[in-house]
Design a protein around this ligand. Structure first.
Ligand code: PLP
Length: 250
């Protein structure tokens, strides 16, 4: 690729040959961000509209957070995560595990959702391997879902971003899909009936794909980038968890 001095941006974004709006800070209350048009230098204040698909849960420029980040940048250096931690990571990990209602016993800190999904897939496989169960390699996920842009996360996802990369992704055999959760269009009866229907489909998916080869099930709790934000019907996530436990622990 040739780099010409006249190019307007050196950051690879949605449009390669153009420069996007630049974030230049936030308002004092941390509620809104400031975006500058690099061409006109005009700055617009926007109510948190660019964090992505509902994945940013911290206030912007919170002085407590920025001062802690600055402190740790001075106190710590890069170390290889597989061998070294630091007191801040230990403390945060302990806080998260203790507040997970018994769900977690350890933490792995990653730089993005995509990287988290990749690691989750490998940890699921490793979990079964360490139990001596070497046959499990399939991941069930849902249609019209988004799990990230890396090879593994795109494979378990389903949407318009996927088709161009399909030849280099995990195969359909490795990534079976069940229907998305979309009560607005798909719920025909009561919420309870809808939950039953979705769980029956999940169970059938286990059966159709040989339950002894299912390694993991990955769902967005609340849909994001590809489907708006439909919430799961009552009992659905607990029911899906119970089905997995029946499969793996009984
Ligand atoms: C449910 C879900 N998983 C994973 C990701 C990927 O996260 P990231 O963009 O930080 O890689 C997203 C991003 O929107 C998401 O909504």
């Amino acid at each position: 690729m040739t780099v010409e001095n006249s190019q307007s941006s050196y950051v690879f974004q949605k449009k390669v040959n153009d420069i996007g709006l630049l974030c230049v800070g936030c308002t004092d209350d941390g509620m809104s961000i400031k975006l500058e048009d690099p061409k006109t230098k005009e700055v617009k204040v926007v109510f948190d509209a660019v964090s992505g698909a509902a994945v940013s849960s911290l206030p912007h420029c919170d002085p407590e957070i920025t001062s802690q980040m600055a402190k740790f940048a001075q106190d710590s250096v890069y170390t290889f995560g597989a061998y070294f931690a630091n007191y801040a990571a230990e403390e945060l990990g302990k806080f998260m595990c203790e507040n997970s209602n018994g769900a977690f016993a350890s933490s792995l800190f990653t730089g993005s959702g995509s990287e988290s999904v990749e690691n989750a897939m490998k940890i699921m496989r490793q979990y079964h391997l360490e139990k001596g169960d070497t046959k499990r390699y399939k991941f069930i996920s849902r249609t019209q879902s988004y799990h990230g842009f890396t090879i593994g996360s795109l494979s378990i996802g389903d949407g318009s971003r996927k088709p161009p990369f399909k030849p280099i992704l995990l195969s359909d055999e490795v990534t079976p899909k069940v229907t998305n959760v979309y009560p607005y269009r798909n719920q025909k009866g009561t919420e309870e009936e809808y939950t039953k229907q979705l769980l029956a489909e999940l169970e059938q998916c286990f059966i159709d794909n040989d339950p002894t080869t299912i390694c993991g099930v990955i769902f967005e709790t609340v849909g994001g980038s590809t489907i708006g934000t439909p919430t799961p019907p009552k009992g659905y996530l607990d029911g899906a968890k119970a089905l997995c436990e029946k499969l793996w622990f009984e």
